[in-house]
Design a protein around this ligand. Structure first.
Ligand SMILES: [Zn+2]
Ligand SMILES: [Zn+2]
Length: 265
């Protein structure tokens, strides 16, 4: 008796059947998540959507304000030194289960965590795109080729592929590149991160770009990388830069995460 190799179409059908039968993986643990959610019920309780009050520019959570007017103002860092970008739009706080998921992704190269995060963030991301300038490029924050080779995939680009619908008005622009490898930013203060990313980005295009651009990263911590990349894009000719990210870290180590917000219906 001889065994006939199954066709590729049959294998794809089987894979899709299994994918749709098994509950999807949770982004933050080894459990399973409900359909179209990033996290299982336990992790969801400690995954915090970013909530006001936030800095109007860098979206860092602000702890308290004395008047409603101040609630729309900027944080002290943005007032002292306005960044190169117009604003940061973020979905989650980089804390709790979201931080766990991003650690699994960054240090464990866990692609299932990225897929789950994007599954949960997709409705938010599509609403964001409706509010952003039409037909402007989305530029993933690049990695150096050495880290690409190690991980095997580029997190911001892969995120965009998972987040964007098949037909959409925004094109992904890969012309921003990282010209050298840099030490890991995790755990470094803002000034050290700034020094790390100084002169590491280059935008290589044959024509001068025009209009606004969206810069996308999976996580923004101090904003030093986003600021450096946005500066290069402005120098290249873009008129304004908006940063879109899945998760935004609080500015201060002493920041206390708010209690979990109720689930959306
Ligand atoms: Zn979980
Ligand atoms: Zn700010």
């Amino acid at each position: 008796m001889f065994f006939q190799r199954p066709s590729r179409n049959l294998l794809i059908t089987l894979r899709d059947a299994i994918t749709h039968t098994l509950p999807p993986a949770c982004a933050g643990c080894d459990g399973h998540a409900p359909p179209r959610r990033a996290f299982c019920a336990l992790c969801d309780d400690v995954a915090y959507p970013l909530q006001n009050p936030l800095c109007a520019v860098c979206s860092v959570p602000m702890e308290q304000f004395s008047s409603p007017d101040e609630a729309r103002s900027e944080c002290s860092r943005c007032r002292r030194r306005p960044p190169n970008f117009d604003r940061i739009i973020a979905h989650w706080e980089y804390d709790g289960a979201v931080a766990d998921a991003i650690r699994r992704l960054k240090y464990g190269d866990d692609f299932a965590s990225l897929r789950a995060l994007c599954r949960g963030a997709r409705p938010w991301f599509l609403r964001c795109l409706c509010e952003l300038p039409e037909d402007c490029p989305i530029i993933p924050v690049p990695s150096h080729s050495t880290s690409l080779r190690r991980r095997g995939f580029h997190v911001p680009t892969m995120s965009l592929r998972l987040l964007l619908p098949r037909r959409h008005r925004h094109r992904i622009d890969h012309r921003l590149i990282k010209t050298r490898s840099t030490p890991r930013q995790a755990g470094l203060p803002f000034a050290a991160r700034q020094a790390n990313v100084r002169d590491v980005f280059d935008y290589r295009a044959s024509t001068t770009p025009q209009g606004p651009a969206i810069l996308f990263d999976d996580v923004v911590t101090t904003g030093a990388t986003a600021d450096a990349a946005a500066g290069v894009l402005l120098d290249a000719g873009f008129e304004s830069i908006e940063i879109v990210t899945l998760a935004r870290a609080p500015a201060r180590r002493s920041y206390q995460a708010p209690p979990p917000s109720p689930r959306l219906p």
